[in-house]
Design a protein around this ligand. Structure first.
Ligand SMILES: [Zn+2]
Ligand SMILES: [Zn+2]
Length: 352
């Protein structure tokens, strides 16, 4: 806040940033809340013989958003783990991550940093089958890699540390980057794994398909059950809500502070104006008392004797209104004739 009572550039920037962030966080929260609400409304369908009949009766032989749980079963071929014997699955993802330490010039510390340098995902068609082997119904899972949350099981992990020769060490200190090594990870969706799918269920000839839903709904393929999936989504929603509330409160507080400062400044201005008006009126009265011609009194004349020059600065208020002699005649405790603030100190004013 500057002397004119307007908010400073810093305050305007702070207010603009926090309002913009609040708006962004709020829209993220609303989007997440929408996803959670849709997930709660999704129709729970059990994987059994009735499935095809339910779908045949549904409009367009389709349920736009359904939850279905089952075990992973391959259609024809399977994928073998490249590292673990007898480990078969339908999705296999190999990831190579480079791990390095980067020198931070501000904090003067080495920070851990990782970057995916290679990733390859293989898939083969697969079905969801009932937990009970006696039931023959299955659901074909379409485009599993489009799922918003596809959690795979880590089947293999290995860290290959890089060898550090003297030459390397010197170049690290020059470049500010130290390679720690490469992390190799294999993740799989294994045969027989329990999977919860949330998406569009369609009956296509005699095949039931689970596919990415339309209208911006999220496709889930998760190894946890429906309730755990919902609880996870809700807990991330709470984080967004807390962040939005916190930022919203900060924005309101900044705005209220700026308004309060402006109001206090306006009040001070008004008070000063009133005081000066009252003081001018008293000067005129004093001139009449002393039978002086108002027009003949110079503007710099002492407010009490109206003859000598004003010569004292009253602190802390800063007003200059009396000569030194009249100052000494002011009654105790001494108060400024203009604003009536108590006079802590007097500084003589030298006119040169
Ligand atoms: Zn005087
Ligand atoms: Zn004063």
């Amino acid at each position: 806040m500057d002397a004119s009572g307007k908010p400073s550039t810093g305050q305007i920037l702070l207010l603009a940033t926090s309002s913009a962030l609040t708006a962004v966080f709020y829209s993220m929260y609303r989007r997440k809340a929408g996803h959670v609400a849709r997930l709660k409304e999704a129709k729970k369908i059990s994987l059994d013989q009735d499935l095809k009949n339910i779908l045949a009766d549904a409009p367009g032989k389709c349920i736009p958003y359904a939850v279905i749980e089952g075990v992973v079963r391959s259609v024809k071929e399977t994928l073998n783990s490249q590292f673990v014997d007898n480990c078969k699955g339908v999705i296999e993802r190999l990831t190579l991550k480079e791990k390095k330490m980067v020198w931070n010039r501000t904090t003067h510390l080495w920070n851990d940093c990782e970057k995916v340098i290679h990733q390859r995902t293989n898939t083969v068609p697969f079905d969801l089958a009932p937990h009970d082997d006696n039931i023959s119904a299955t659901v074909r899972v379409v485009r599993p890699l489009d799922a918003a949350e596809l959690d795979l099981e880590t089947t293999y992990e290995n860290f290959h540390p890089s060898t550090n020769s003297l030459g390397n060490v010197i170049s690290h200190f020059i470049s500010g980057e130290r390679l720690r090594g490469v992390q190799e990870t294999e993740e799989m969706l294994r045969l027989g794994a329990s999977l919860t799918g949330v998406g569009e269920l369609v009956l296509d000839n005699s095949l039931v398909r689970l596919q990415p839903p339309k209208q911006g709904l999220r496709y889930f393929l998760s190894r946890v059950d429906y309730n755990t999936l919902l609880a996870r989504q809700e807990s991330s929603l709470h984080v967004w809500r807390a962040l939005t509330l916190l930022l919203g409160l900060a924005t309101c507080a900044t705005l209220l502070y700026a308004l309060w400062r402006h109001w206090a400044w306006r009040r001070r201005q008004r008070k000063e104006r009133d005081e000066l008006k009252e003081f001018a009126e008293r000067l005129r009265r004093r001139a009449r008392e002393l039978s002086l011609d108002e027009a003949a009194v110079p503007a710099s004349a002492c407010a009490i004797c109206l003859t000598r020059e004003r010569a004292c600065v009253f602190l802390e208020c800063g007003h200059v209104c009396t000569c030194e002699r009249c100052y000494h005649t002011l009654p105790q405790p001494k108060k400024c004739p203009i604003c009536r603030a108590s006079i802590d100190r007097v500084v003589p004013l030298y006119n040169s």
